[in-house]
Design a protein around this ligand. Structure first.
Ligand code: GDP
Length: 297
């Protein structure tokens, strides 16, 4: 099974999925950013940390129990990093950036890091090229991280686009694996800023039309479980609801799993169960449900 992932909802699910089946992951890299000389891939890091079970599962980013000595000391020296980076987490970024500076690909660096953290699942960036999610707001255009971290997601959103996406290529190994893969799971990730960038790399959507595709809705009722997905869906003209999520994926989707409180939406392609993952047990139960659904459709 291939899983498409962002950095919060889907990693929560992967923590359970790894107990019930084998899978590989293609991860959004449009939120990547260079900070203090190092390349941060927030979504790749969260996927690795979640599978390795060292993720800070209160914030859903960074490493559990990490310290922030370097970040705080940099501040004392007069340099305020845009992101609050933990000391151990920074070691990941340093190692990745050193590899990239020496000529390694991001696929290679991700493989080395995954292995170092004991992760057996293959994890791939959606592309090697640098793509940036730009949020168009009433206050001007800004990088996703500037919108979400610096401005706390407050500015009114007018549009979202992915800078450089037209130059992005599906990595060769991802292409090879896709040829042999029948099942694709889209986790409960932000459909606009986490999944759409992956879908927009080359002909990814066309490839998905040939597969069995199941998605889990990150929207419950009329709002996301967490994060800014609602604002982005609205800016893109979609209803903020599981129906809106279905609309975004409708060209290739075989089944959408919604939360049980949205069971009124059940139809030929919409199924309902508990999709709220408060702990690993919830993630395992949802994963078992997903496996059964793949057999059923
Ligand atoms: P990002 O890269 O940090 O934006 O993370 P993702 O795109 O992977 O995940 C963000 C989405 O996950 C948000 O839209 C949330 O609504 C959704 N989400 C987070 N936790 C849960 C959960 O337990 N259940 C469901 N259904 N969605 C969740």
């Amino acid at each position: 099974m291939l899983v498409l992932s962002g950095g919060t909802g889907t990693p929560k699910l992967l923590r359970g999925l790894k107990e019930v089946t084998d899978f590989w992951v293609v991860v959004n890299t449009a939120e990547d950013v260079w900070v203090a000389g190092n390349k941060i891939c927030p979504d790749i890091d969260s996927v690795i940390y979640a599978i390795a079970e060292i993720i800070d599962d209160e914030k859903w980013w960074g490493i559990k129990g990490d310290t922030f000595v370097t970040h705080e000391f940099l501040k004392k020296l007069g340099f305020d990093e845009m992101l609050r980076i933990g000391d151990r987490d920074r070691a990941t970024h340093i190692l990745r950036s050193e590899m990239l500076r020496k000529g390694a690909s991001l696929c290679e660096a991700t493989r080395v890091l995954s292995k170092a953290f004991g992760v057996k699942n293959a994890i791939f960036p959606m592309c090697e090229e640098e793509v940036a999610t730009i949020i168009v707001t009433k206050e001007g255009e800004m990088h996703f991280q500037e919108f979400w971290v610096k401005n706390k997601g407050e500015p009114e959103v007018l549009d979202v686009y992915f800078k450089n996406i037209e130059k992005a290529k599906i990595p060769e190994e991802v292409k090879r694996r896709l040829r042999k893969e029948d099942e694709v799971l889209i986790g409960p990730s932000n459909p606009i800023t986490s999944i759409t960038p992956i879908l927009t790399v080359e002909n990814f959507v066309e490839i998905l039309k040939e597969k069995k595709v199941v998605a889990v809705s990150p929207i419950i009722g009329n709002q996301p479980y967490s994060g800014p997905a609602g604002k982005f869906m609205k800016a893109k003209g979609y209803e903020v609801s599981p129906r809106g999520v279905f609309e975004i994926y409708k060209d290739f989707l075989d089944a959408l799993i919604v939360h049980e409180s949205d069971s009124k939406l059940i139809s030929e392609k919409i199924f309902a169960t508990n999709t709220i993952m408060k702990n690993k047990e919830d993630a395992i139960k949802l994963s078992e449900y997903i496996l059964k659904l793949f057999d059923h459709i």
